[in-house]
Design a binder for this molecule. Sequence first.
Ligand SMILES: [Zn+2]
Length: 249
Amino acid sequence: VVSGRLRHLTAAAAVLALAAVAVAPAAVPREHAAPASAARTASTKATDGRFELPSTVDPSKPMRWLACKPIEYRINPTDMPAGMTGTVQHAMRLIARQTGVPFRYAGRTSHTFPSTAHARTPTIYLAFTSRARDAGQTFGGSGGEIGVGGPAAAWYSSSGRTVEAITYGRVLLSSRFAGARTGGGVSWQALLLHEVGHALNLAHSDDPASVMHPALTRATPGRYTPAEVRALRQVLQTSGCDYTAWSRL
Ligand SMILES: [Zn+2]
């Protein structure tokens, strides 16, 4: 979740306006559709706070995405600001370049943020809202949010082996946000990197000069820090992916 005082976001000299305010909790990742035996609930602690969802098998590690093939992303055009598809593609190319993992734009979708349905391949869903209240968040205005994102995972046990993975990620962005499209600072690029970072399973960082800091400010970089890249590589599994087992999640 990124917070900011929206009414100030367009000001060039927004020095005081973007102090962190009312940080809402991240989207609650929801477990869903574990078809086989023993669906379990993920521990909410574990790992070292760098990830949203820990592995159920080894809670010291993050739940991971299968990334041996490109991770797809889709955009719901409802409430989308004009020209935003290119902005999203630009941000996703940056993420691909920094992580070494390809992301493929798979087109538009009717998938909405609260939906727990997902495609047959690991997918990030991006959606927009012009509403002040949506998906349990308050967007815009003083202290309002400008985005929310998170991963969803599923797992099952079969023959003594637990299969688990992130099944999809989701992002909801306020179309009222008026930041610059590209670059760092109070920008759509930084907002997209932040919320897609959550969708990829990154939690917040205390470092104001990192993308995953909970407030978007002039100090927000337009790219992930080396520590964030390392964390992203931990959540992106790039070898030994079992897509057949994944398809049963
Ligand atoms: Zn956040």
